[in-house]
Design a protein around this ligand. Structure first.
Ligand code: G6P
Length: 502
């Protein structure tokens, strides 16, 4: 296997995200344990934080963590990428329950999530939740500043007065944290480079302006030195908003925004997955015990209205209406991972899906076959890899999605006879994974037709498409993304910002 090159970061890195790379759980005896998370971001970024003796700041997952209570060390047998993170490198942000409710369920997931996905009718605008959002962002900022002061003190003590620490903040939960950080850094003369990556889309000005405090969001993002988005469209949307709302001077060709004499660099950096890890998972995954004559169409998503699940299931129903010959030959397996279950919109979607699946299964099922298999729950990584490996089609049709990693994980796991990826153009991934079959998820007939086409596609065409898809994802994996981000911030020694595909 190809070993991904670990970046040679030339300064300590402080990563800030809503969730820590593991959550804490309190056992009955009151003691704490780490529960690892398996996301690609954690896999890529945690080793860098470990190597550079950096710090990770985030919400612990508990409301009752004492102010002096320490984070447990990893279990000695733990093999997760975070196991080398010492407890001294992890700073939990304590947020009380009410603030968290308004910040996370209210403003993050009731306002920004739908708004940034261009679904403003689902967004709730509320001055109280916005206030809590700002308060919690300030708490994150204060924890970051404490960590930064310590890091600088240590560097100075070692005589490394030229080394500038890097602060890397993630995602829409922390859009205004940098306002406080920038201000304090200027007041106290603290040196640091501030970088931000948004993991979801950035909407157009038409949508952004609906948010009553949009200027504070834009100013918050402009408090960074460097800002990354998945694709160029999101960068241009952001630049446009700054220009129109704040009157910033902008340079769209070089992706620069100027405000109050400071220049912010903006760049499209499409995230990838830990490709080789998925290949290995697929190689070691259990064998498929299914009937070899039954083709599986696979969907895997958090249960979220942006993912287009209702449209997708209706498109599959349309396929069965138009092509009854697929009955008993094809099954659609949808895995919906529970997510944000305290938010009303997510509860409503759960009910809608339960009903829809029941109706369609009732309509088409035979004694020994059901058209839809529906799982509302989590599945283990090994099992997921087996499903990716053995499914004839991956149906990845979000209505809107920042990038979408399921599309990438599917192609990584296609190590045997290749299947077909069907992808929505409204996912960030849709703009780069050219060999997928693209379909507008709102167009049910077109989606049913594309399913038919995929089910009939000859082997040589599938092979050609899949090998190109896999090659690209192997090159542009999550390590490449992280290297590009840090390199764009000027934080790398072994600077190689070349495009591996060119
Ligand atoms: C998206 C967001 C992440 C978030 C994840 C899971 O990918 O970009 O920031 O962590 O969804 O959502 P949750 O609300 O459970 O953290």
């Amino acid at each position: 296997t190809i070993m991904p090159t670990r970046p040679d970061i030339n300064a300590p890195l402080i990563v800030v995200s809503n969730r820590l790379p593991f959550v804490l759980q309190r056992l009955k005896d009151g003691s704490l344990i780490r529960k690892n998370s398996a996301g690609g971001l954690v896999t890529a970024v945690a080793p860098v934080v470990i190597d550079c003796k950096g710090i990770w700041i985030g919400w612990s997952g508990l409301y009752d963590l004492g102010p002096d209570e320490s984070i447990p060390e990893a279990d000695p047998l733990d093999k997760a990428p975070t196991s080398g993170l010492k407890s001294s490198q992890v700073i939990p942000v304590n947020i009380d329950k009410e603030d968290f409710e308004d910040y996370y369920n209210g403003c993050c997931n009731g306002t920004f999530w739908p708004l940034f996905h261009s679904m403003p009718d689902r967004a709730v605008f509320n001055a109280d939740t916005w206030k809590s959002y700002c308060k919690v962002n300030e708490e994150f900022a204060n924890c970051t500043l404490d960590a930064l002061r310590n890091v600088i003190k240590d560097l100075d003590a070692e005589g490394k007065t030229n080394v500038v620490p890097v602060v890397w903040i993630h995602d829409y939960q922390l859009l205004v944290a940098a306002t406080t950080i920038r201000q304090k850094c200027e007041e106290e003369n603290l040196r640091c480079k501030l970088g931000f990556f948004l993991h979801i889309p950035f909407p157009s000005w038409d949508i952004m302006r609906l948010f009553p405090w949009d200027d504070q969001i834009l100013q918050g993002i402009l408090a960074y030195d460097f800002v990354g988005f998945h694709i160029e469209d999101y960068c241009l949307n952001f630049i446009d908003c700054c220009c129109r709302r704040l009157g910033s001077r902008v340079d769209r060709n070089n992706m620069l925004v100027e405000l109050a004499g400071r220049t912010v660099h903006v760049k499209a950096l499409p995230i990838g997955i830990p490709f080789e890890r998925f290949v290995q998972l697929a190689q070691n995954a259990p064998e498929n015990l299914n009937d070899k004559n039954l083709k599986v169409i696979l969907g895997v998503d958090r249960l979220d209205y942006t993912k287009g699940l209702v449209h997708r299931i209706k498109a599959f129903e349309r396929l069965l209406e138009k092509h009854p010959e697929y009955c008993e030959k094809v099954t659609f397996l949808q895995i919906s991972v529970p997510s944000r279950t305290d938010v009303l919109e997510y509860k409503a979607l759960k009910d809608e899906m339960d009903q829809l699946v029941g109706r369609i299964n009732g309509r088409f099922s035979k004694p020994h076959w059901s058209p839809i298999r529906y799982i509302f729950g989590c599945i283990a990584q090994e099992e997921l890899a087996a499903l990716y490996r053995d499914s004839a089609i991956a149906l990845v049709t979000p209505l809107r999605d920042g990038m979408n990693l399921v599309a990438k994980e599917y192609v990584a796991c296609q190590i045997r006879e290749p299947g077909v990826l069907i992808l929505s153009p409204f996912a960030g991934a849709g703009g780069m994974m050219h060999e997928a079959l693209l379909v507008n998820p709102y167009e049910l007939d077109a989606a049913a037709n594309v399913l038919h086409r995929a089910l009939c596609m000859p082997l040589d065409e599938r092979e050609l498409r899949m090998s190109q898809l896999r090659h690209r994802e192997q090159q542009l994996d999550v390590n490449h993304w992280m290297n590009s981000f840090l390199s764009s911030m000027g934080a790398l020694d072994n600077d190689d910002d070349s495009d591996p595909l060119s």
